[in-house]
Ligand binder design. Sequence first.
Ligand code: NOJ
Length: 563
Amino acid sequence: MTPERAWWKEAIVYQIYPQSFNDTDGDGVGDIEGIIEQLDYLDALDIDVVWLNPVYESPHHDDGYDVSDYRAIREEYGTMEQWEELLDGLHDRDIRLIMDLVVNHTSDEHEWFVAAREQDPEFEDYYVWKDGHAAEDATDSPGPADRTPPNNWESAFGGSAWQWDDEVGQYYLHLFDEHQPDLDWENTDVRDDVYEMMNWWLDKGIDGFRLDVINLISKPQEYPDGSPHTDWVGIEHFSRGPRLVEFLDEMNDETFAGRDTMTVGEMAALQLADAGDYVGADGPLDMVFHFDHVTLDYDDEDGWWTVVDWDLTDLKQVVTNWQTGLDDGWNAVYLGNHDQPRIVSRFGDDGAYREESAKLLATYLLTLRGTPFLFQGDEIGMTNYPWETLAEQEDAQTVGRVKAAIEAGDIEGFDEVKELVRYRSRDNSRTPMQWDASEHAGFTTGDPWLPVNPNHESVNVAAERDREDGILAYYRELIDLRHETDALVYGEYELLLPEDEQVFAYTRTLDDDEFLVALNFSDAAATVDLPLDDARLVVGNYDDEPTGEPTTLRPYEARVYRR
Ligand code: NOJ
């Protein structure tokens, strides 16, 4: 059955991390004017939607995911007038804009939290406050020294998820940094204020939202301990809380319903079996980001701390489950973003086959069923950064976890985890966009807030622009093909060669239009038997077409056939 048509199913999304995109005032931080300056670049890439990471006022303890004013633009990024000019500039080019909605938590500098801390009766229940457990010999008015937190939940950034507050004399919950207190969604005033703010942005003409960690908003009111054997203690309780579906349905009714928007919810630890509650014909959201493929290299016990070699057959399994298991729901297809390492370093080969594997991953992203999400810089094959110290990094997750482990005596110092951090750090994808070969890659004339990757001398937009067979040109070719071809958007997905450890192959079929995609995810040649009768090669990442049967795919070779 062909799914119902929708613009957001046919769209290709490009994610902009504003802090690292383009700096026009020389302060080393990207800005809105810098995005405006590159509107023609986005237009030429022919993407349809921009997802803009948070640009709201924020003290930036977590790069903007700690919002202190939802209705103001961070000064370093520019003004509301410039943001409006950006929106108009995008719309003039038929590009839509979705904003990042961060409402599981706010900044501790948000006026609601400031008032809650002052125990202003209007706001004292806006966040989650608990007494914790008093020690047996506690005094009448116990302080933090003779208390323990209400439960064992952890912050995603290391340590307990509970912070003692002297002013209030209670703990507050923060599933992320201690400067990101969790809102209490049980409170109807919180929900009403959030919906009002969302409508304020929607009325300004934006085209939807990417909803940050939206599956964490409902917490079981008994706040039970979590299993200690998980990467994020407590996740089984707070990743699908008892009122989650109800809150999302209510949000939909109060905001998106009746508007022509696109919504994509970020949902860590989401299971396919539950996805139907959130997406699908009657679901409150259009799409969700699941994490099944970006946790394949996490250890079962040790989680983030141990990198596991993933098998291609496992990736195929995960992808196939989601491609075929969503019923009338729609997929969001991604490999990287600002929270993940660079895709070519993780799923490809950032050495000898950087170019081939970057193109292979483009082929994957643009030929699966679901809306493709591209992250800035992947279209030129940007790679992970060779970190030497922790001091060079800003990522709250990496820095927080490593510091907490050093404090707890679990590791001696950074050197012990350097290779791990080089692989995992979220700052890998946050280094400045590489526009040209000049000193700071054309990103800034000042001191960049994060170091520029030394490979910018060869890996940059200017160099790619001059190449007909480059990575950027390849992205454009595939984007054009997808735009022209309903079968690549709506066609059925079917996996071929499920047991093959080198080649990921699948078909996409709509009526009598069939595509066959073959991707060699390895650095060795792979010989496979594919049903290629009557098929003609329409896109490939090597410039000549090999002949003969059975088919041999060269290292990281990607081919798209049509029949
Ligand atoms: C997910 C965001 O993508 C990430 O960057 C952030 O640190 C957390 N949510 C907390 O908001």
